[in-house]
Design a binder for this molecule. Structure first.
Ligand SMILES: Cc1cc2nc3c(=O)[nH]c(=O)nc-3n(C[C@H](O)[C@H](O)[C@H](O)COP(=O)(O)O)c2cc1C
Length: 210
């Protein structure tokens, strides 16, 4: 089987992690870099990502995560937090980065900056948060697929109380909101769900060729 399909078939939303197995620093660094390289709308990456290993924090997060055991048993919990609001600094910081990285003048980027600002700054607070939250899912997908390539298990999770995460992790005061979480680690041999067949819509249901 092609490795693209093999990795996507191998992975599953892990229900029970082996809490004795830890992701190595080397593998974690690869996952972090793969996530950092995620694309985002305009390249703005309007989110921040928390990598949690502290067991006390995990213990606090579990009861507000529908008591899902992945939160306390996985090696690391990655929490993607989207910006709840932003001003022109989001674009200005990005353009400064572009200017430095590509060695081009900020003046030459002004038109692009004005365009981004005209599209994004007038959005309602709700639309801004909705847009930033969508970007986190691209990073989530990238991290999940990179993990599968390394045969590291993951479980994408929306099953948690975001407001409680925001309090426990101190996100609200940073204009951040816990959007989605991803425990990473290694499946327990006892996790029966690893043997379940994949359930997906058929190609006919899911795709239309025009
Ligand atoms: C955004 C998102 C949120 C999810 N939230 C949870 C969750 O809170 N707990 C859980 O056990 N599974 C969660 N899942 C796993 C899905 O149920 C699972 O991915 C889906 O049934 C497909 O199965 P597979 O990933 O094992 O192939 C979530 C998946 C996604 C993509």
């Amino acid at each position: 089987m092609n490795s693209i399909i093999e990795n996507r078939t191998w992975r599953y939303a892990t229900k029970k992690f082996d809490n004795t197995k830890k992701v190595s620093e080397e593998d974690l660094a690869l996952l972090i870099e793969a996530t950092r390289l995620s694309s985002s709308s305009y390249g703005l990456q309007p989110y921040h990502i928390f990598v949690i290993t502290d067991q006390e924090i995990k213990d606090k997060l579990r009861p507000v995560s529908w008591n899902q055991s992945q939160i306390t048993d996985a090696s690391h919990i990655i929490v993607f937090a989207n910006k709840t609001d932003f001003g022109p600094e989001l674009m200005d910081d990005y353009l400064k980065n572009v200017s430095e990285t590509r060695n081009i003048s900020e003046e030459g980027l002004k038109g692009y900056g004005d365009f981004m600002k005209s599209k994004l700054l007038d959005l309602s607070l709700e639309s801004k948060a909705n847009w930033t939250e969508k970007q986190t899912y691209i990073a989530l997908g990238n991290l999940m697929q990179a993990a599968a390539e390394l045969k590291i298990d993951t479980c994408p999770m929306e099953g948690f109380e975001a407001d409680k995460y925001n309090t426990i992790l101190g996100l609200s005061e940073k204009n951040l909101n816990a959007s989605v979480a991803l425990p990473i680690g290694y499946r327990s041999v006892e996790d029966e769900t690893q043997h379940y067949a994949k359930v997906r819509q058929s190609k006919e249901e899911l795709f239309t060729y025009i």
